[in-house]
Design a protein around this ligand. Structure first.
Ligand SMILES: *Cc1c(COP(=O)(O)O)cnc(C)c1O
Length: 415
């Protein structure tokens, strides 16, 4: 008997929104019709010919797919073990994998006759990708941001506004991501008929986890073909960072039923193990219900959501995809963590060995590959999902490597 005969792909594709005891649709009645309408439309259109054609054309013409699959020869030689390659999602339009599910959702919103897209964003990357597809498809776009995030992520606010979006600074609560989510939900409650809530990861109430996984699964499909073309074999290990889980599921979905391929999700270890010092939900969280779904959340003993910390804004979130929570329980996906410092070290190593500047999020996955490769034989293949490129992290990484140069540059701007 094989260890596992579960058909995970079918299980996830055919769900009513539950993955084991995770997932669900914990939402106020007043938006149930809106969200159920999205679930029905998604079910109807995902296999429909014209929708699939339009999606494929947008991946090709707007996003620039397929993205490159790049063997990292100098890094591999330097580490002296398994072959390492990356899937370079950073080459997508707007610089990360996020555009994949933004395109899918905006196409669905159009089919539903919606005129208005609502989104929330923490660091601004999801808002930026959303504002981009809204401009491209002629949709009104309103993005909610906690006031603190609005101020510290000013460059992304600027891009969103340049693209024609309205960015609302939310002054309630902690003035960060969770407050922006509440404000966005309130907006949907006030405008359930004409608005579409465009969600930024494989989280939230059904159908968002399944839907965003569906729009991201192109990543793993391309990896299968590209790995065969480049190495004449499939990866032994697939590694991706995990914030909410969309880039990880995009990479893993295709390989869920290839049980010999090891799938590893890497969470943000931040700078310490205490609550508030990291964003490792699987490692340190427990099951709860928040923001419309059941999954692992970082919370205290009374169930209050904890603060999170990560050098990479995209991983700095308190919850994780219910699909990943289930795949972890089923032992199909393994998890580990990478710290802020390990990720920053990976950034510099890959830049200097390979000429590729990774997003800090992706550096978490790369740090895991760097730790793993030397313990494996040369015939093994590790593929890392490079979820984004690193230009967006300029102010954070320059402040680590060249703080004085950054300060004096900022002074020149003030003249
Ligand atoms: C947002 C983001 C992530 C984290 O989100 P997931 O849903 O976990 O993929 C990872 N990498 C980059 C570059 C991002 O922008």
């Amino acid at each position: 008997m094989e260890a596992s005969k579960t058909n995970f792909k079918q299980l996830i594709a055919n769900t009513e929104g539950y993955y084991g005891s995770y997932g669900g649709m914990y939402i106020p009645e007043i938006i149930r019709e809106n969200i159920s309408g999205i679930a029905e439309a998604f079910n109807h259109y995902k296999d429909e010919g014209d929708f699939k054609k339009e999606l494929a054309a947008a991946y090709l013409e707007l996003s620039g797919r397929p993205t490159a699959f790049t063997p990292l020869e100098r890094l591999t030689e330097h580490l002296g073990g398994a072959q390492i390659a990356i899937k370079n999602e950073g080459l997508n339009h707007t610089g990360a994998h996020k555009i994949n599910h933004c395109i899918g959702q905006v196409l669905l919103a159009k089919r539903l006759g919606k005129k208005r897209i609502i989104a929330e964003t923490g660091a601004g990357q999801h808002g930026y990708a959303t504002a981009t597809v809204c401009a491209r498809y002629g949709m009104e776009c309103v993005v909610y941001m906690g006031k603190k995030d609005y101020e510290r992520q000013r460059p992304n606010v600027y891009w969103m506004e340049l693209l024609g979006a309205t960015v609302v600074a939310v002054e309630d609560g902690e003035q960060t991501l969770n407050d922006a989510v509440i404000a966005a939900f309130k907006d949907l409650i006030a405008h359930p008929d004409d608005s579409f809530y465009l969600l930024g990861s494989a989280v939230g109430p059904h159908p968002y986890p399944a839907m965003n996984t569906h729009f991201q699964k192109i990543v793993g499909e391309e990896i299968r073909k590209q790995s065969m073309a480049t190495f004449n074999k499939l990866p032994n290990y697939c590694i991706a960072c995990v914030g909410g889980g969309s880039n990880a599921l995009g990479m893993f979905y295709e390989f869920l039923d290839d049980s010999e391929i090891q799938l590893i999700g890497v969470e943000a270890g931040g700078y310490g193990l205490k609550a508030g010092e990291h964003a490792a939900k699987i490692a340190h969280g427990k099951q709860g219900i928040f923001e419309g779904y059941s999954s692992y959340f970082l919370q205290d003993n009374d169930g209050n959501i904890s603060n999170t910390s990560s050098v990479s804004a995209g991983l700095d979130y308190c919850g994780v995809s219910p699909i990943l929570a289930h795949l972890y329980d089923e032992k199909r996906v393994m998890f580990s963590t990478a710290s802020d410092d390990e990720s920053i070290a990976a950034l510099q190593l890959i830049a200097q060995k390979e000429g590729i500047i990774l997003a800090l999020e992706s550096c978490h996955a790369m740090a895991e590959a760097i730790a793993l490769a030397p313990s494996l034989s040369k015939d093994k293949l590790i593929v890392v999902n490079a979820s984004g490129r690193g230009e967006k992290d300029l102010f954070i990484t320059m402040n680590k490597f060249q703080p004085e140069a950054l300060q004096s540059y900022i002074k020149t701007l003030q003249k």
